[in-house]
Design a protein around this ligand. Structure first.
Ligand code: MG
Length: 390
């Protein structure tokens, strides 16, 4: 851990970037359709600006199965294309990072990590908490909150008894909303098992696009069977490029639709809201290209009268601290996927990991920048540092 230095002089420019890839053991095995993993690799970016340092997390997953981005690809594009452009521009503020990286298309999770690192360094130097800064960037009035409700997303297993046990445990922990993964053939039964295990706890389901092969009519029939289950939302039932289909489906379901993968940019957010493709937005800084874009998406949701919440990507305490700060904005009216660090990590890499507090809330960090100190494990998989002109 390197403590933050003295306040940076106003207008200090970016002095260096370091990429760090770590492999962290999970507190419990993570089972997906692709298999079971017991540890997770994560790419972190460290920015140095005027003697202050800041951290950002790249949320790209080990495989390109959520979006096209993946962790090894993120390292490659950061190393070859994004970091050199950022060092050439030497921004003085995170607000200038997007413009410096604009020539590169896509790779939102990779660029979001750089923007977050520069922002953390900038705010630590200025002594400003990230939540306060994001509030200042938002056009939505109202006070930010000191604690935010935390929901949790559970895994993909299609076993009613196992799901019921997981749901009951999450409810006992106090989570304010529980999300289930569903797919055709595993939806009504899953919701019934969860509802019986946690009566009264708000439930939602996430399909990750799995109803697309059924077409709009088939999806309307299958998901219409959930309309009496009082779900908070059905998330991303159709494909990630199907805003028109989601708009048609939304008109045939009582349960509100939420979009996740189909909102990779502010342009997609605008299109989805204009088409009526969703009443709820899952906002993830990594998917949208950064925290500042996430604030803009939040503002658009509020302006359109849509609900919003902050999604999760199995972040370490670096990415999670940023997400909790983001979730303190007043337009995030639904609990985010902000589980306790101990849920996933045997040992987090920050000094104040997220803890679930009574009432199903997590505390918004109040310290400068992310409000947490980062400790990179000595056995980092690889590290590479750059300096301007070096
Ligand atoms: Mg999702």
């Amino acid at each position: 851990m390197t403590p933050s230095g003295p306040p940076a002089p106003a207008g200090a420019r970016l002095d260096g970037i370091e990429l760090v890839q770590v492999e962290l053991p999970l507190a419990r095995p993570w089972r997906t359709a692709l298999g079971t993993i017991t540890s997770r690799r994560v790419v972190l970016a460290r920015a140095v600006l005027g003697g202050s340092e800041g951290w950002g997390e790249c949320v790209a997953q080990p495989e390109p199965t959520y979006t096209a981005e993946w962790e090894e690809g993120a390292w490659a594009v950061l190393e070859a294309h994004l970091v050199p452009r950022l060092l050439a521009a030497r921004p003085t503020a995170a607000a200038d990072v997007a413009a410096a990286l604009a020539p590169v298309r896509g790779h939102h999770m990779a660029r979001a990590a750089l923007e977050a690192a520069v922002l953390d360094a900038e705010l630590r130097a200025a002594g400003v908490a990230l939540a306060d800064h994001l509030q200042g960037r938002s056009r939505v009035g109202g006070a930010r909150r000191g604690a935010v409700p935390a929901g949790i997303a559970l895994g993909t297993g299609a076993d009613p008894a196992a799901l019921a046990a997981e749901v009951a445990a999450a409810a006992a922990d106090g989570y304010a909303r529980i999300k289930l993964k569903v797919h055709p053939g595993w939806d009504v039964e899953a919701v019934q098992a969860a509802r019986a295990a946690a009566p009264g706890v708000p439930l939602s389901v996430d399909a990750n696009g799995s109803y697309a092969p059924l077409g709009i009519d088939g999806a309307a029939v299958a998901l219409g069977a959930l309309d009496g289950a009082d779900l908070v939302m059905v998330e991303q039932p159709l494909g990630d490029d199907d805003l028109v289909g989601h708009a048609a489906l939304a008109g045939r379901l009582r349960t509100p639709l939420c979009l996740d993968e189909a909102l990779p940019s502010l342009g997609a957010v605008d299109a989805a809201l204009a088409l009526g493709a969703c009443r709820v937005l899952n906002i993830k800084p990594g998917r949208l290209g950064g925290l500042l874009a996430a604030v803009a998406a939040h503002d658009r949701a509020v302006a359109a009268g849509a609900a919003a919440w902050v999604g999760g990507m199995l972040e370490t305490g670096v990415g999670r601290a940023a997400n909790v700060a983001l979730a303190s904005l007043p337009g995030f009216t639904l609990p985010g996927d902000l589980p306790a660090a101990s849920r996933w990590w045997a040992e987090d890499i920050v000094d104040r990991p997220v803890r679930l507090l009574p009432g199903g809330v997590v505390e918004v960090p109040a310290g400068a920048g992310l409000g947490v100190e980062v400790s990179v494990p000595p056995a980092a998989v690889r590290r590479r540092a750059w300096h301007p002109g070096g």
